[in-house]
Design a protein around this ligand. Structure first.
Ligand SMILES: CC(=O)N[C@H]1[C@@H](OP(=O)(O)OP(=O)(O)OC[C@H]2O[C@@H](n3ccc(=O)[nH]c3=O)[C@H](O)[C@@H]2O)O[C@H](CO)[C@@H](O)[C@@H]1O[C@H](C)C(=O)N[C@@H](C)C(=O)N[C@H](CCC(=O)O)C(=O)O
Ligand SMILES: Nc1ncnc2c1ncn2[C@@H]1O[C@H](COP(=O)(O)OP(=O)(O)OP(=O)(O)O)[C@@H](O)[C@H]1O
Ligand SMILES: N[C@H](CCC[C@H](N)C(=O)O)C(=O)O
Ligand SMILES: [Mg+2]
Length: 487
């Protein structure tokens, strides 16, 4: 695409360009610039991309989009907000891929990864070609690609959607984080359905207040638009935040829930240690669903996915069949089973609400003791630390506090924050996560349950700013085997 055509959507901001080179690619990272790139200078939280304009030019950039004049010899297009321009031009450059597929965005504090995976299963079972973008990876069909963020920035995002369109994807589901909404990463995405799971405290390091966090989530619904269209907001009737979210859009609102009046409802809920069953009533239809997913929160996730699928025209019977197929999502309530006589579960609970949900659920079925291994991420919301510690102590027979991605913080300083929420003598601290897991496995008696919370599918530990390989499931498996072989 020629430069003038690329920047045409910027309208008056693009006036005065005289040169018109061919632009082969778009980049916001100077290190990735190649011959023919248009480079966007983005002011980040760590550095200012404007400082890398010269490097981008040296690497072959043919145009620079910036917020101020720069000493380079290639054309510089000055805009008031490069991130905004970047999203807009990315949509244009990749020919608005999200207009060519059905796009479902899922937001909320907990359950986004799970709900997108449930949707993927439903769509795939109905013969649709799917794309998925989220915490664990991006998937196009069944091919997986690594991504750094749960919701990538706009350039990566639009490129991924273009690849999806190219691959024949007709249904794309993505997790939309509050950070992404706040930073405008999803601007220009043509969402057909926006799904809300729930809102509980998290990320207050970034958003400061719960209201600001809710506002960021609300942007997804605002982005459905202010015209009456086929777009649908799928809201959780049992979460008070949904009323705020409904106010933000003119799109049709469809609700799901258990307690309050809702369009799609679960009743007769039976939860056991091996699964969950419920009656699913959707508009004038009704089916009974028996899933392997455990806990009341899983019923909410199933309802959210079922409602989104229904509004996209999937038949209820097929939705039921798919939900019944799902074995679970990696790192979410994943059991590590080597035939031992105690249960070991790895789960991604890293917020107060998710930790409480998971521990409460297990507590209900635990016949004997429940040992919980809990940590809190470094360089993240400090306010959740004492709350999570309190929850662990309240629900578990034994709480072990350990490290969960300390990042640039001292592991002991994170634990020091955690223990302000609990009384001395009610917990044990083992800073080294591997040691903590080994200890829990060594102490577990027949019938006990060990829950290793916080890292789920993660295959790394970020310590002292360095990333090392670490997988709770591998560590637990090794510990179980070692214990077995030493008996
Ligand atoms: C706080 C935050 O959101 N940071 C995001 C931000 O990084 P940043 O602002 O620090 O970027 P920066 O390093 O200052 O760089 C600024 C600009 O200079 C450029 N640069 C930099 C160096 C160089 O040599 N050349 C160059 O051109 C960079 O490419 C960039 O364009 O922009 C990066 C690129 O898009 C993101 O990867 C990064 O996410 C970091 C990794 C992160 O941890 N984000 C978390 C908070 C986050 O977004 N989490 C949510 C999920 C949360 C949840 O729901 O649980 C997510 O969606 O992932
Ligand atoms: N609907 C829910 N309500 C409360 N807790 C939940 C819910 N669904 C899942 N959880 C808990 O939260 C954990 C994370 O779930 P999931 O990965 O689906 O959430 P997420 O919103 O994608 O998280 P992230 O923001 O880190 O991407 C699970 O391991 C489980 O403990
Ligand atoms: N998306 C979340 C994941 C947290 C996972 C937990 N293991 C941690 O590192 O705190 C975040 O980046 O805050
Ligand atoms: Mg996720």
């Amino acid at each position: 695409m020629k430069l003038k055509e690329l920047v045409a959507p910027l309208r008056f901001q693009a006036n005065g360009i005289t040169e018109n080179p061919v632009v082969h690619s778009l980049e916001m990272d100077s290190r990735k610039v190649t011959e023919g790139t248009a480079f966007f200078c983005v002011k980040g939280y760590t550095v200012d991309g404007h400082d890398y304009a010269k490097q981008a030019e040296e690497r072959g950039a043919v145009a620079i989009i910036a917020e101020r004049p720069l000493p380079v010899s290639v054309p510089v297009i000055i805009v008031s907000d490069t991130k905004r321009a970047m999203a807009q031009l990315a949509c244009h450059f990749y020919d608005n891929p999200t207009k060519k597929l059905k796009l479902i965005g899922v937001t909320g504090t907990n359950g986004k990864t799970t709900v997108t995976h449930l949707l993927e299963q439903i769509m795939q079972d109905d013969g649709k070609k799917t794309g998925l973008i989220g915490t664990m990876y991006t998937k196009i069909g069944n091919e997986q690609y690594e991504t750094r963020n749960t919701t990538p920035e706009s350039l990566t995002l639009q490129q991924l959607f273009a690849e999806m369109v190219e691959a024949g994807v007709d249904r794309a589901m993505m997790e939309v984080s509050s950070h992404a909404l706040h930073q405008g990463r999803v601007r220009g995405c043509d969402f057909d359905v926006a799904v809300f799971t729930n809102l509980t405290p998290d990320h207050l390091d970034y958003h400061d207040t719960l209201d600001a966090y809710l506002y960021a989530k609300g942007l997804l619904f605002a982005q459905l638009g202010n015209t009456f269209s086929d777009k649908v907001a799928v809201l959780n009737a049992d979460d008070a935040a949904s009323q705020e979210l409904a106010r933000m859009t003119a799109a049709t609102v469809v609700t799901y829930g258990i307690k309050e009046q809702a369009d799609v409802k679960a009743t007769d809920i039976r939860i056991s240690a091996s699964g969950t069953s419920f009656r699913l009533t959707a508009f004038n239809e009704e089916v009974t669903v028996s899933m392997r997913l455990i806990g009341m929160f899983s019923v909410y996730n199933a309802l959210a996915a079922a409602t989104a699928a229904l509004v996209l025209g999937e038949p209820l019977e097929k939705i039921k069949a798919s939900l019944e197929q799902v074995k679970g999502v990696a790192g979410r309530f994943e059991t590590v089973d080597e035939g031992q006589d105690y249960t070991v579960i790895v789960d991604y609970a890293h917020t107060p609400d998710s930790l409480e949900n998971i521990l409460k659920t297990v507590r209900e079925f635990a016949k004997k003791d429940m040992i919980a291994i809990v940590g809190c991420g470094g360089d993240r919301d400090r306010t959740k630390r004492p709350v999570m510690a309190r929850i662990a102590v309240d629900y578990a027979s034994k709480a072990i506090f350990t490290s969960d991605n300390p990042r640039s913080e001292e592991p002991a300083a994170i634990i020091a924050d955690m223990v302000t929420g609990v009384e001395e003598g009610t917990y044990e601290v083992i800073l080294d996560r591997e040691e903590a897991i080994k200890r829990a496995v060594a102490e577990a008696e027949a019938g006990d349950i060990v829950i290793i919370a916080g890292k789920g599918h993660e295959t790394y530990q970020i310590l002292n700013g360095k990333t090392i390989h670490f997988d709770d499931r591998e560590v637990a498996r090794r510990a179980i085997k070692e214990r077995m072989s030493s008996c």
